[in-house]
Design a protein around this ligand. Structure first.
Ligand SMILES: Cc1ncc(COP(=O)(O)O)c(C=O)c1O
Length: 360
C-alpha cells in the first residue's frame, strides 16, 4: 500500500545536504508562486494580541467569509487545521468499514482510514488512459458495497481534471449504494467552475474538502474546510477537536478571501507558466509532461534516461532543486516525478538543471 511521503521538506533537506534553505528551490510542494495575498503579514502583526485568548471555537468570521466567497450557507461549512484534519476526522466520525480510494492519491486518506481499521481498496487510474478516471467503471466497482469513496479533483499527482458532470454521476452512483463520497478539491481553485461545492444541495452523501494551502500560498497557517450537507457537517462539528484553527490564521484567512486581484492574478500566472513549463519539459529528450488542470505537472521519464525518479530526485536535490519523486505513490512505479509551477525564472532554472543532470 501507499508509503507516506510529502513534498516541501526544505528544513530537512537543508540539514541533510548542507545547503542553505534560501538556496533551495522547492518544486516538490505545490504552493502559489506569487506568495500570500497582500496585507496578510500586517493583519497577523496587528492582530497578534488575539493570541492572548483561545481562538473562536466556531471560526465564526472565517466561516462567514467562506460562506460569502462560495455563496453557500454557513451551516454547510466547517473550518479546520488544513484539510488534512478532516482526513482523520471523517473516518472517526462516520466509521466506514470499507473504503474505496481512486488512486494514485494523497497518502493521508488511507492513513486516516487505517487508524480506525477501515478496509481500504483502490481504484487505479492508468497511464494508458492518461490517468483519466473512468466513472462507469468506478460505478460498477461501487456495487461491491463501500461505505466511503475518495476522489481528488484535480487529481494529485496526475493533474487530471474530472468534469463536474462526470463526478456528479459518480456521486449519484455512490448515493445509490449508500456510499459517502469525499471529493478532495485542494487544487480546484485553479478551475473553480468545475467544483462540485454547490452539489451539496442535492447530494446528501457528499463531503467536499477544500484547502487554502495551495492557492492562497499559506501552507504554514493551516486552513482547510469542509463543505457538506448540514446533517453531515453537523455530525463532523459534534466530533471536532476544539480550537484547531488558531486565532491568527482565522484573521488572515478572512483577509485572503477578499483579495480579488490576487485571485485573478494567480489564475492567470499559473495558466501562462504551466503552458511554458509543460512545453519546455516536453522538449527535453526522454521526458513527457501530462496535461494538468492544477499548479503542478506530472512527468514521465522514459527508459532512454538512465535515472529513475528516485535517482533523478537525488541528483537534483544536490543541486538545490527539489522535485517530487512519485515512486512513493501507490502503483506508480519509479518512472514519474511531479513539479510545481513556480515563478518563471525558477521554472527556467528547473529546465536548465534537468537538461544538465539528464545530459551528464
Ligand atoms: C491532494 C491534497 N489534498 C490535501 C492536502 C493537504 O492540504 P492541507 O494543507 O489543507 O492540509 C494536500 C497536501 O499536499 C494534497 O496534496
Amino acid at each position: 500500500m501507499m508509503k507516506r511521503d510529502h513534498g516541501g521538506s526544505i528544513c530537512e533537506i537543508s540539514r541533510r545536504y548542507g545547503i542553505d534553505e534560501d538556496k533551495i528551490i522547492d518544486f516538490s510542494a505545490n504552493i502559489n508562486p506569487l506568495g500570500y495575498p497582500q496585507g496578510l503579514k500586517e493583519t497577523i502583526i496587528e492582530e497578534f494580541d488575539a493570541a492572548l485568548n483561545y481562538p473562536d471555537i466556531d471560526s465564526f468570521d472565517l466561516v462567514s467569509g467562506l460562506s460569502e466567497y462560495h455563496d453557500i450557507g454557513r451551516d454547510y461549512i466547517l473550518a479546520g487545521n488544513g484539510s488534512t484534519e478532516f482526513m482523520y476526522s471523517i473516518p472517526s466520525t462516520f466509521k466506514p468499514r470499507k473504503a474505496l480510494i481512486v488512486t494514485p492519491a494523497f497518502s493521508e486518506y488511507e492513513k486516516g482510514l487505517s487508524l480506525i481499521g477501515t478496509k481500504v481498496s483502490c481504484f487505479k487510474a492508468e497511464e494508458k488512459d492518461n490517468f483519466s478516471i473512468d466513472i462507469d467503471s468506478v460505478c460498477v466497482r461501487l456495487r461491491d458495497g463501500f461505505d466511503i469513496v475518495y476522489f481528488c479533483n484535480p487529481a494529485n499527482p496526475t493533474g487530471v481534471l474530472t468534469s463536474k458532470d462526470e463526478l456528479c454521476r459518480a456521486i449519484a452512483c455512490a448515493g445509490k449504494t449508500g456510499t459517502l463520497a469525499v471529493i478532495d478539491e485542494a487544487f480546484i481553485d485553479f478551475v473553480e467552475e468545475e467544483s462540485v461545492k454547490k452539489e451539496i444541495l442535492r447530494f446528501h452523501n457528499l463531503i467536499v474538502l477544500r484547502s487554502m494551502t495551495k492557492f492562497f500560498g499559506i501552507p504554514g497557517l493551516r486552513i482547510g474546510y469542509v463543505i457538506a450537507a448540514p446533517s453531515c457537517a453537523a455530525k463532523m462539528r459534534e466530533n471536532k477537536i476544539p480550537w484547531t484553527v488558531n486565532a491568527l490564521a482565522q484573521k488572515a484567512a478572512v483577509k485572503a478571501l477578499v483579495d480579488g486581484d490576487y485571485i485573478r492574478a494567480t489564475r492567470q500566472y499559473i495558466s501562462t507558466e504551466r503552458k511554458y513549463l509543460k512545453a519546455a519539459l516536453n522538449e527535453i529528450a526522454g521526458l513527457s509532461a501530462f496535461k494538468s488542470a492544477a499548479n503542478f505537472l506530472l512527468v514521465r521519464i522514459y527508459d532512454r534516461v538512465g535515472s529513475n525518479s528516485t535517482e533523478l530526485k537525488d541528483r537534483l536535490t544536490r543541486e538545490g532543486i527539489l522535485i517530487r519523486d512519485c515512486s512513493t505513490f501507490d502503483s506508480m512505479g519509479d518512472r514519474y516525478f511531479r513539479v510545481a509551477v513556480k515563478k518563471h525564472e525558477q521554472n527556467v532554472i528547473l529546465i536548465e538543471k534537468l537538461k544538465e543532470v539528464i545530459g551528464r
